[in-house]
Design a binder for this molecule. Structure first.
Ligand code: GLA
Length: 385
C-alpha cells in the first residue's frame, strides 16, 4: 500500500469537495507467462503488483457525477443515468463502470470522485483495469451494492469493451481484483477457477523494463488477433472437430484443418496452443523451484509472440535479446497485449542495478529512447485504502 498516495487522495478530496471520502485502491498487474490465452479460454499466470490506482468517493445529494483526475488535472461531469463515452480517455474507464452497474440494475445516486495512482499509464501494466476495478469497488462501498469479486471482474471487463473499445480478456481485471501478496494466480479462463502459486524467486526479483513506446496499432491489432483466433475455431469446427475454443485444439487438428486454408490464422492458433502448454510446464517448474525451466518457457513465449503471433516490436525484441544468455537473468519476454509497454524479466537481485545501467545506455544508443525500470512486488488485490 502506498500510504502517501492514499493520504493525498483523501486530502485532495476534502479540499475539492469539502467532505470525507471512502478511499479504495486496486493494483496493476504483471503476467509471468500465458499471453493472449485469456480470450481463448486458456490459462494465464498474472500477479497484482505494488503499484495501484487510488480512488476517493462520497455521495452527493443530487444525481450528478463529478470526476476529477489528479494526474491529468481535469474534471468531467455527467449524471448517473446520462453517462456516455467521453473524449477524456481516463474518464471512460470510470463512466463505463457506472454504465455497467446501471445496466445490471444497481441503484446509484450522484457522487464525487477523485483518482490518482502510481501505475504507469501505457506501460502494459493494466492501469485501465485497475481504474475499472477500483471504481466498481468504490461504488459498491459508497452505495452498499451487492455483488461479489467475480462479478466485479466481469463489470470491469465489460466496461473496457464498451467504453474503451478494446475486446480484452478477463486476465487484467482478475489479477487486480483477486491478487495476493507474494503470489501469482494461475487462472483457468474457461471456468474462471484459480489457484494461488507462491512467487518464490530465490534471490531474484521481477524487473520490468519499459520501452516507453506504445505503437498506435495496439488496440486495432488486438481486436484483429481475437478475430483470427475465432476464425481458427470456425475452420476447426467446419472440419468436423468438436472444439469450442482454441483451448480444445491441438497441433494435429490445426495442421489438418487450418494450415492448408490460412497460413496466418494457423500461426496465430499454433502460438495459442503452444503457449498454454508452456504455461502449464512453467507453473509446475515454479512450484518445484526450477527457475531454469520457467525462464526457458518465458523466452519461448517471447519467440512465439514475436514470430507467430506477431504482436512484438523492435524495442521489445531489443530488450529481450539484450539479456538472452545473461547468467543473472532467468527469463525475459514481452508482456501484455504487445506493440510496446514492458518486458518482464526475472533477475538476480544483486545484478539488477548494473543491468539497468548497462541496458539504459544501450537502449538509448540503439533506439534513441529512454528506458524506465520498475521492480514489481506481488501484492494484494482491490481493497479499502
Ligand atoms: C491485454 C488484455 C488481456 C490479455 C493481454 C494479452 O492486457 O487486456 O486481456 O489478453 O493483453 O495476454
Amino acid at each position: 500500500m502506498n500510504h502517501q498516495l492514499s493520504s493525498s487522495v483523501r486530502e485532495r478530496f476534502q479540499q475539492r469537495f469539502g467532505a470525507e471520502p471512502i478511499v479504495v485502491r486496486s493494483p496493476g498487474r504483471v503476467n509471468v507467462i500465458g499471453e493472449h490465452t485469456d480470450y481463448n479460454n486458456g490459462f494465464v499466470l498474472p500477479a497484482a503488483i505494488d503499484k495501484a490506482i487510488y480512488i476517493g468517493i462520497a455521495k452527493r445529494d443530487d444525481d450528478r457525477i463529478v470526476l476529477y483526475s489528479e494526474e491529468f488535472r481535469e474534471e468531467e461531469q455527467s449524471t448517473v443515468l446520462g453517462v456516455a463515452i467521453s473524449d477524456k480517455h481516463w474518464a471512460n474507464y470510470i463512466l463505463g463502470v457506472v454504465d455497467q452497474l446501471n445496466k445490471r440494475g444497481h441503484k446509484l445516486g450522484g457522487f464525487n470522485l477523485n483518482i490518482d495512482g502510481d501505475v504507469p499509464v501505457g506501460a502494459g501494466l493494466s492501469s485501465s483495469a485497475a481504474v475499472e476495478c477500483a471504481t466498481a469497488f468504490a461504488l459498491k462501498q459508497c452505495f452498499g451494492l451487492d455483488f461479489d469479486k467475480m462479478e466485479q471482474t466481469k463489470i470491469a471487463q465489460k466496461a473496457e469493451h464498451t467504453f474503451a473499445g478494446v475486446m480484452c480478456g478477463i486476465m487484467d481485471m482478475f489479477a487486480s481484483t483477486f491478487g495476493k501478496a507474494g503470489h501469482a494466480l494461475r487462472l483457468d479462463c474457461r471456468i474462471l477457477d484459480y489457484e494461488y502459486v507462491p512467487l518464490d524467486l530465490k534471490g531474484h526479483k521481477i524487473l520490468l523494463l519499459n520501452t516507453n513506446v506504445k505503437h498506435s496499432l495496439s488496440s486495432s491489432e488486438y481486436n484483429t488477433r481475437r478475430q483470427e483466433c475465432a476464425e481458427g475455431v470456425r475452420l476447426l469446427q467446419e472440419g468436423g472437430e468438436k472444439v469450442e475454443s482454441l483451448r480444445d485444439a491441438n497441433l494435429e487438428m490445426l495442421d489438418r484443418h487450418v494450415k492448408p486454408v490460412n497460413e496466418t490464422v494457423y500461426r496465430r492458433c499454433k502460438f495459442i496452443v503452444e503457449e498454454n502448454k508452456r504455461l502449464l510446464t512453467a507453473c509446475e517448474a515454479l512450484k518445484a523451484g526450477d527457475l531454469a525451466t520457467l525462464g526457458k518457457k518465458m523466452y519461448g513465449s517471447h519467440d512465439g509472440l514475436q514470430h507467430e503471433y506477431e504482436v512484438s516490436c523492435r524495442e521489445l525484441d531489443f530488450l529481450v535479446d539484450a539479456v538472452r544468455g545473461n547468467e543473472a537473468v532467468v527469463g525475459s519476454r514481452m508482456m501484455g497485449g504487445g506493440f510496446g509497454g514492458c518486458t518482464i524479466n526475472i533477475v538476480r537481485e544483486d545484478a539488477i542495478e548494473p543491468l539497468v545501467a548497462e541496458l539504459s545506455k544501450r537502449y538509448e544508443e540503439a533506439m534513441g529512447l529512454q528506458l524506465t525500470s520498475y521492480i514489481a512486488l506481488p501484492d494484494d488485490g482491490t481493497s479499502l485504502a
